[in-house]
Design a protein around this ligand. Structure first.
Ligand SMILES: Nc1ncnc2c1ncn2[C@@H]1O[C@H](COP(=O)(O)OP(=O)(O)OP(=O)(O)O)[C@@H](O)[C@H]1O
Length: 699
């Protein structure tokens, strides 16, 4: 017998632990501290489970009323904490459970052995898995004992009713098969080829270390680790990665890599774990840059990275939004221009058009778009180059004469910015790269990780290429989703010196939203084609959520007052069933609209907390969250109300604001993406409401 005990915790145990009253949680932690050091201490009361089917599953006494459920595998000195509950409930949970190592996948599995299921009595209905052969069931890790039970299932509901009885890894495959995914899709999507380990039937120590087991179990090594786990038991992302996530986190890529995945599929989680892994393996004075588009997201990431990284690992990671990095760098280099945004930039454009627009009759948006999508995207910063530049994908055709006239406006825009010692952010990024190149400062970072890659511009990616230096192992890692592109930037990686060919992956399991919300939100994007951040398309299909709930509601009202009444009632209803205000978020298209809701809620006695730009959502504040659609990016709440989704609000612009149909369509797509982002922040429920007519973007 191995003398050193191996003690592990299951993901289910943490769920059960999180549901206990605080005082009982303290007892469990106390028990566990004692237990971990000496599982066979005489004070630990192992009791057999009466009528239990697995002789290795025991109960242990936490206090007078609570019991823990533990697998004890004496041969290898392994202990796995599976559950904790009131005495009777805990015994009930344990009675029919079995813990074993799956012969095919080598993973540790907890499952129930059931003799009959009710559905078997419905004779004439065809079974759900009639086309699935035994070897496929085996491949997805279904225990032999459960074959008859699974083969008898007739409906998806029947499958869901058995969720707790089936091992987690096998259930996932069954759910996807039941939802119509093909065997090939299921095997290639959910069961990545990881290192193939031959596990002996009873070698629990080795089995706990397979990637599939690590999805549901964690071996607890030290005191600090245990404390960190028990302090935030529901933050499972810190510990239990899916094998598909683990594969991307740990892989050595011989150059830039890209990960796509719909909202809530764990892209940020993967990016954070990868940052930790790379930091832990950095040599000498290497450094990692973890960057993203918005400041608040960078702040959130910093906060979360602290939860998984050691102090040493954190020290080697710079976490900052790219424009802030650029601004800091330029400042250190004595660059005298100020980076300006939105209103300031628009002001300069308006003036430039008034001064140099002559008899051209283009709308303001046209110049701004042309500047970003042609000049900055291709770096054609002089008249001659601009006149020769490709304008593929731009709606209006321009002859040389008109291009020359347009350049006069661009010239004037640059003059104005120069006079004011200002720069738009893209120009600043371009100039930042030029300084890096001229001062031989390229390659400042060993590795760069980019979150929300869909929102970075070509100038940003070219700058990142320079910051990472020449292509090398694990140089750039980008996660993103073009369905969530809500700013005007769009880049093709290969055109920015970032070649990801052969190094791309897709995450397809949605951890955040219910399947019903995911489908509804994704349906809003029907008929629009999306890119893969490179030269190809991403159809965003082939995803599935882990949870289920009600379909999002669409509520139409005649007046804002009626909508507000509804909102107030719903908030009270949610509060009455124990939902905290901070887990509810109201999302609107514009800042101005938010003010109406804040005032309305106040009149109804409901506290609200506006989530503002450049700040994290401070959870210590009470109140229903309220934010713009742009601002909720990267956040999540149990319940989301997208309000004022009115005819004249979404899209927030009309045909007259755009020069041509292509520009208009691009804008409308951005507006759809905003609604997609807003709704996919919801974990449990989402509602769309409007007054005075529903937005035409909801079909
Ligand atoms: N392995 C995991 N185990 C448990 N929860 C997870 C896991 N991976 C991700 N999650 C949870 O799923 C939710 C979504 O994860 P994350 O924010 O990383 O997704 P995302 O793809 O970046 O989403 P979005 O693109 O919408 O911002 C988070 O609550 C996260 O904690």
């Amino acid at each position: 017998m191995n003398n050193k005990p191996t003690v592990a915790i299951s993901s289910d145990f943490l769920t059960a632990y999180a549901a206990l009253p605080r005082q009982k949680q303290g007892k469990v932690t106390e028990f566990f501290n004692k237990f971990k050091n000496d599982p066979m201490h005489p004070g630990i009361n192992f009791e057999k489970i009466n009528d239990g089917i697995d002789k290795n599953i025991y109960s242990v006494r936490i206090d007078d009323t609570y019991r823990g459920i533990i697998v004890r595998e004496p041969k290898n000195n392994v202990y796995i904490l599976l559950w904790v509950d009131h005495h009777d409930e805990a015994y009930d949970w344990a009675k029919r459970k079995k813990c074993s190592i799956n012969k095919i996948t080598g993973s540790v599995q907890i499952f129930e052995v059931q003799e009959v299921i009710e559905e078997q009595s419905v004779i004439d209905e065809p079974v759900l898995f009639s086309n699935i052969t035994d070897d496929i069931f085996e491949k997805i890790g279904l225990p032999e004992e459960q074959l008859p039970m699974i083969k008898a299932i007739k409906t998806l509901d029947g499958l869901y009713a058995l969720k707790d009885a089936i091992p987690e890894d096998a259930f996932e495959g069954l759910e996807w098969l039941g939802n119509g995914f093909t065997v090939e899709e299921v095997l290639s999507t959910l069961y990545p080829e990881t290192e193939h380990v031959e596990i002996k039937e009873d070698d629990f120590v080795a089995a706990l270390q397979t990637d599939t087991s690590k999805k549901s179990f964690v071996i607890v090594e030290g005191e600090e680790e245990l404390q960190a786990i028990m302090q935030e038991p529901l933050e499972k992302w810190r510990i239990f990665l899916h094998p598909t996530q683990r594969k991307v986190v740990g892989k050595n890529f011989n150059g830039p890599a890209r990960v796509l995945g719909g909202a809530g599929t764990g892209k940020t989680v993967v990016a954070m774990h990868r940052a930790k892994m790379l930091s832990a393996n950095l040599e000498d004075d290497g450094k990692i840059l973890f960057t993203t588009y918005t400041k608040n997201l960078a702040e959130d990431i910093k906060e979360n990275l602290r939860k998984i990284c050691s102090v040493e690992e954190m020290k080697r990671i710079d976490i900052i939004n790219l424009d802030a990095w650029v601004s800091n760098f330029l400042h250190r280099q004595g660059y005298e221009y100020q980076i300006v945004y939105d209103e300031e930039v628009d002001k300069a454009w308006r003036e430039a058009i008034a001064i140099a627009g002559g008899d051209l009759s283009f709308v303001e948006n046209f110049y701004k778009d042309e500047w970003i999508k042609v000049v900055q995207s291709q770096e054609v910063y002089d008249k001659v180059s601009y006149c020769k530049a490709s304008r593929i994908g731009r709606g209006v055709r321009l002859d040389r004469k008109v291009r020359m006239q347009i350049w006069d406006v661009f010239d004037e825009y640059q003059n104005i910015m120069n006079e004011r010692m200002q720069r738009d952010v893209e120009t600043a990024m371009y100039e930042c790269r030029k300084i890096l190149e001229s001062k031989n400062l390229i390659g400042q970072y060993t590795s760069i990780i980019v979150d929300e890659g869909q929102d970075l511009s070509p100038s940003a990616f070219r700058l990142l290429r320079a910051l990472a230096g020449d292509e090398h192992q694990n140089d750039i890692f980008i996660v993103g989703d073009s369905h969530q592109r809500i700013y005007r930037n769009k880049a093709v990686l290969s055109k920015c010196g970032i070649n990801i060919r052969g190094r791309s992956s897709y995450l397809r399991i949605n951890y955040r939203t219910t399947e019903e919300i995911r489908k509804f939100a994704f349906g809003l994007l029907n008929g629009v084609s999306f890119d893969d951040l490179d030269e190809d398309y991403d159809n965003g299909k082939g995803c599935q959520s882990l949870t289920h709930g009600d379909k999002p509601e669409i509520k139409e009202f005649s007046t804002p007052e009626e909508e507000l009444d509804y909102l107030v009632n719903r908030i009270h209803e949610l509060e009455n069933v124990g939902v905290e205000q901070k887990n509810i978020c109201i999302v609107a298209r514009t800042h101005k609209l938010l003010d109406n809701y804040i005032a309305g809620l106040q009149r109804a006695g409901i506290k609200s907390f506006e989530i503002k730009a450049n700040k994290t959502d401070d959870r210590s504040f009470e109140g229903v969250r309220i934010a713009t659609m742009h601002r909720v990016k990267g956040l999540e709440f149990d319940h989301v109300f997208a309000v004022a989704v009115n005819k004249k609000v979404l899209p927030f612009g009309t045909r007259a604001d755009f020069e041509d149909d292509i520009s208009l369509e691009e804008f409308r797509t951005g507006e759809k993406c905003l609604l997609y982002v807003a709704l996919t922040r919801a974990r449990k429920s989402a509602c769309v409401s409007c007054y005075g007519g529903l937005s035409e973007l909801i079909v």
